[in-house]
Design a protein around this ligand. Structure first.
Ligand SMILES: Cc1cc2nc3c(=O)[nH]c(=O)nc-3n(C[C@H](O)[C@H](O)[C@H](O)COP(=O)(O)OP(=O)(O)OC[C@H]3O[C@@H](n4cnc5c(N)ncnc54)[C@H](O)[C@@H]3O)c2cc1C
Length: 473
């Protein structure tokens, strides 16, 4: 989907030879990429959107980010921050061209402070590498998106990323204690620190979390970390219908909070079996995946509670604490995102309506009604996701060569969004707004969007930070 818009039309300044020369002066040649191949690589993220930047820069420290923002601000050139480019809604796509700031070279761990249970990192580090380093000290950073090997901590902060472990530990915003932020015309704002409690007026950290690069460029973050649990185990249960599976989840949550509760619907189970037949998952309407963590006794108690709850709701269960077996049991959930591409050869997944969140008690109704939408349009929808917090990833599978199916997909997506809202939920639990859902912002927020625009103006009066995203023009 090509969405590039001429920046001249919006009154933005152009990236000319003089601007490139100044960027080279402050960043060095190796950190300024202006050839078409490099620009093309940075024209998209994991979404279907695409728009060419005029130049890409890869700063190595905060002061270089300041220099870039200063140059951009002088000329009113759009600046789009970018981490791993794994965003699913076009957030890192430079709609109006301009400068893409790739933070991935800023990936150092600046301090591991075990006495204060926190770590300070540069924004470009991946959570996977951070966790590898923290594990050496017996600690971990719990937010765990499926993209953890490729995404960055800065991107996670900008999108308030969630993932499988949100049900027990919370999402990224629950772990951010401090931030270093670069804002126009080239200032560094330091927010928060190492303390766990703050009662000091407006909480700007929480405002920046989830702001998708529209308020500033995060260059450093201080994050809360936790000791690694002693032991972990996995329980998988298969159910004859989604509503008894949901009742089992409710019964579990009344007694224990597992570190993950994931669900696969019947189409997702079918897709996994077609993709890797040797997994041979039982034919069921719903599969639930529970992960539990804690001391030996805690883990045993949690397994007992989950197995009892699932069995008393007719679930067929399997569990293990052996690490190889855990991998085998979790495999279905791990591969489902890729597997659904094989539900029907020739169909591809379109990331639309892929991240709605409903109150957990409404999950069965959501799955049932989303399946009826799918039947009505004759287009498969595979639903999987985070059952513990009602965050469903619906994969609408279309034949990309059919114009009619693209059109139907758009109608289905808006029906799925409406369904989520009707059930008391929302249109994105963790992937965000970006370009994909920008058109829904006014309808969802009403007057609150006006307040958000005023807040944006306070951080970015020239409107150069990631313009065109989140419903801001
Ligand atoms: C296979 C796969 C699985 C995924 N699983 C999950 C999941 O389980 N949970 C989940 O929440 N998401 C998931 N995602 C979505 C995505 O990985 C997350 O949104 C992630 O947090 C994006 O990080 P990134 O570094 O790739 O950011 P990018 O895609 O580079 O950017 C995302 C947004 O953040 C802004 N941004 C990036 N870095 C900065 C910075 N330093 N300062 C200011 N703004 C910045 C960008 O401008 C953009 O608006 C998944 C994506 C894929 C492809």
């Amino acid at each position: 989907m090509i969405r590039g818009v001429d920046m001249g039309e919006r009154g933005y300044g152009r990236v000319n030879d003089e601007v490139i020369g100044r960027l080279v002066e402050v960043l060095g040649e190796r950190n300024v990429k202006a050839d078409i191949v490099e620009r093309y690589v940075y024209s998209t993220d994991a979404s279907l959107f695409s728009s060419l930047p005029d130049v890409v820069v890869t700063p190595e420290n905060t002061s270089q980010v300041v220099d870039v923002v200063r140059i951009a601000s002088e000329k009113r050139i759009p600046v789009t921050p970018r981490g791993g480019g794994t965003g699913l809604c076009g957030g890192a796509v430079p709609l109006y061209g301009g400068i893409v700031v790739d933070l991935s070279k800023m990936d150092r761990i600046l301090e591991v402070d075990l006495d204060n249970f926190c770590v300070t990192v540069e924004a470009g580090i991946t959570p996977e590498r951070l966790n590898r380093e923290l594990a050496k000290h017996g600690f971990f950073f719990p937010p765990s998106p499926g993209s953890k090997k490729m995404c960055t901590v800065g991107g996670m902060i900008a999108t308030n990323a969630g993932g499988m472990h949100a049900v027990r530990y919370g999402v990224t915003r629950n772990f951010v204690l401090g931030l270093k932020l670069v804002i126009p015309p080239g200032d560094v704002v330091s927010l928060g620190g190492k303390v766990l409690k703050r009662c000091l007026g407006y909480d700007l950290i929480q405002l920046v979390v989830g702001s998708e690069g529209t308020l500033g460029i995060v260059t450093e973050a201080t994050l809360r970390i936790l000791p690694l649990p002693e032991k972990s185990a996995v329980v998988v249960a298969y159910f004859k219908d989604v509503s008894t599976a949901a009742k089992a989840v409710n019964a579990v949550l009344r007694k224990v909070i597992p570190s993950a509760i994931e669900v696969l619907d019947k189409w997702s189970i079918e897709a996994v079996n077609r993709y890797v037949p040797s997994l041979n998952l039982p034919r069921a309407e719903a599969a639930l995946y529970f992960e539990v963590e804690g001391s030996e006794q805690e883990v045993e108690r949690q397994i007992r509670v989950i197995v009892d709850a699932c069995r008393s709701h007719g679930g067929e269960t399997e569990w293990t604490s052996d690490s190889k077996e855990k991998e085998r049991l979790l495999a279905g959930r791990e591969i489902v995102g890729g597997a659904i591409m094989n539900i029907d050869r020739g169909r591809v997944r379109v990331y639309e309506a892929e991240d709605v969140c409903v109150p957990i008690a409404q999950l069965p109704r959501f799955v049932e009604e989303a399946h009826s939408i799918s039947e009505r349009y004759g287009i498969p929808v595979c639903i999987y996701g985070h059952a513990g917090d009602g965050n469903c990833h619906s994969g609408i599978m279309i034949d990309p060569k059919s114009r009619e199916e693209w059109e139907k997909m758009r109608m289905m997506a808006s029906e799925i969004y409406e369904l989520a809202v009707k059930l008391g939920g929302n249109i994105s639990g963790e992937h965000g707004i970006g370009l994909l859902r920008a058109k829904y912002m006014a309808g969802i927020h009403g007057q609150a969007l006006h307040i958000m625009k005023k807040i944006k103006e306070a951080f970015d009066p020239q409107g150069i930070l990631n313009p065109g995203k989140m419903g801001f023009t």
